[in-house]
Write a protein that binds this ligand. Structure first.
Ligand SMILES: [Zn+2]
Length: 211
């Protein structure tokens, strides 16, 4: 048999909508003055501000309920913080893995041998542009001197147009050769599997188990 809890003063419990603070409302047992106490004071001895009478602040049950509610809220906040921390960790790990992948891809690309036709692309463009310049100049150049047709200038014009055309065509062909070279290179890589040349680590890994 447990002893019954000491009788409390009649009271009501209120929770502030604004701050969430819980207060106990009761009347002084001597002078009946209305008193508001924080729920955390429930069970403590206090003095009436009006008549100075000692009393025990009521609301023990509400205080216990408030303690339980606060602890649950703290546990919830801790769990949320742990979840957020875990997520940050996972994101950091993911970013690190992505950086490693990117670095590995770059290194692999740098190791990869370039096709022999790699230089054809730029050369082709330069030739095509230079040829187009000569062609345009040849087409629009004047072949008359003081209004009279000049056979020498006409010959120059013909040469310029022919050389320009040949350069433009050659540039286009070179550019096509470069594209074809890239394509052939890709086929070769696909047929050969991973590149072995200029990749000593790979070769070492492949040969070491047989030693
Ligand atoms: Zn009082």
């Amino acid at each position: 048999m447990s002893t019954p809890p000491p009788a409390e003063l009649p009271h009501s419990i209120k929770r502030s909508r604004l701050t969430g603070a819980v207060t106990v409302h009761f009347a002084c047992p001597a002078c009946k003055a209305g008193i508001n106490s924080p729920v955390d004071d429930a069970g403590n001895t206090d003095k009436c501000p009006d008549c100075g009478t000692d009393f025990r602040v009521p609301g023990m049950e509400a205080r216990r309920a408030e303690d339980v509610r606060r602890k649950a809220k703290q546990a919830e906040q801790r769990a949320a913080e742990e979840r957020a921390q875990q997520q940050r960790k996972e994101e950091a790990a993911w970013a690190a893995a992505a950086r490693t992948r990117i670095a590995a891809t770059r290194a692999d690309r740098a190791r990869r041998p370039r096709p022999y036709t790699a230089g054809c692309c730029v050369t082709g463009y330069i030739m095509a542009i230079a040829g187009a310049g000569l062609l345009v100049f040849g087409i629009f150049m004047s072949t008359t001197v003081s209004g009279v047709n000049n056979i020498g200038l006409l010959n120059d014009r013909i040469v310029l147009v022919i050389v320009g055309s040949v350069l433009v065509l050659s540039g286009i062909i070179l550019r096509a050769v470069s594209a074809l070279g890239d394509e052939v290179h890709r086929w070769g890589r696909k047929l050969m599997g991973k590149p072995r040349e200029n990749s000593p680590t790979k070769v070492h890994e492949e040969t070491s188990p047989t030693e």
